[in-house]
Design a protein around this ligand. Structure first.
Ligand SMILES: NC(=O)c1ccc[n+]([C@@H]2O[C@H](COP(=O)([O-])OP(=O)(O)OC[C@H]3O[C@@H](n4cnc5c(N)ncnc54)[C@H](OP(=O)(O)O)[C@@H]3O)[C@@H](O)[C@H]2O)c1
Length: 218
């Protein structure tokens, strides 16, 4: 599958390297394809990956993964060009975070809206699936699972298009995760706060970034 990644940073780079190892062709959509860090990432990504403009990457892909900082997300999607994402599966891994010294990290919106629903409005016609937002990127780089107890980490998904969710569930499964369908895209209103629980735990100093949620059946 041709996968475009918009936002070739921690999350985008980890997903790109992992999906390339799983046999997919990765095209990074970036602002500066010649930047040293982009060239290094392309060299580390297996399978003839490339870095091009956001617009060219979006056009070439079957699936587009979005991993930009929240304040840059609308501009990044607009730079894909009018209608470029129509009909495409758009994986939204962003979290609508804001930082204030008084509170620290918190969500910039919620309860009656979500980042993912904003993404769907900005990327007209895209088949948006919220995923890969509830853990740190380290877990996408090397999902060393199942663990000793045979558990696989869950990957929460939310989206309105069942076929798109099926494709994203497959992509999550290929890099170690068990998909957990949280419901329609509006369920991103619950998945985005869940990311903050993970972030606070990882930053508490007691835990590293190497932990995930799993479904323990009885
Ligand atoms: N960090 C995590 O572990 C984690 C986990 C889950 C979800 N998330 C969410 O995922 C998103 C990305 O996080 P990150 O840690 O990967 O961020 P990051 O390392 O800062 O990477 C962000 C990337 O976005 C690119 N970018 C910025 N504006 C752009 C634009 N207009 N068009 C194209 N690319 C643009 C930046 O490239 P330039 O070089 O051009 O600036 C950079 O490569 C955030 O929304 C975050 O909340 C993060």
């Amino acid at each position: 599958m041709n996968i475009a990644i918009i936002g070739a940073g921690n999350v985008g780079g980890a997903l790109g390297r992992s999906w390339a190892k799983a046999g997919h062709t990765i095209v990074y959509g970036v602002r500066d394809p010649q930047a040293e860090k982009t060239r290094a990432l392309v060299a580390e990504t297996a399978g003839g990956s490339t870095a091009v403009s956001v617009e060219a990457a979006a056009r070439a892909a079957d699936v587009v993964a979005l991993a930009t900082p929240w304040p840059a997300t609308e501009a990044a999607l607009r730079s894909a060009g009018d209608g470029a994402l129509r009909g495409k599966i758009l994986i939204d891994a962003t979290n609508p975070l804001k930082f204030t010294p008084a509170v620290g990290l918190e969500l910039a919106l919620g309860f009656s809206d979500s980042g993912a629903e904003n993404v769907a409005r900005w990327a007209a016609g895209a088949r948006v699936v919220k995923a890969f937002n509830t853990y740190g990127w380290e877990n996408f780089a090397d999902a060393a699972y199942p663990n000793a107890a045979g558990l696989r980490p869950v990957m929460f998904l939310a989206g309105d298009d069942a076929a798109a969710k099926g494709t994203v569930a497959g992509l999550a499964g290929e890099i170690g995760f068990e998909a957990f369908d949280a419901g329609a895209l509006r369920a991103a209103r619950e998945l985005e706060p869940l990311a903050l629980i993970w972030i606070r735990a990882a930053m508490s100093g007691e835990r590293s970034a190497n932990f995930t949620w799993a479904r323990l059946r009885r």
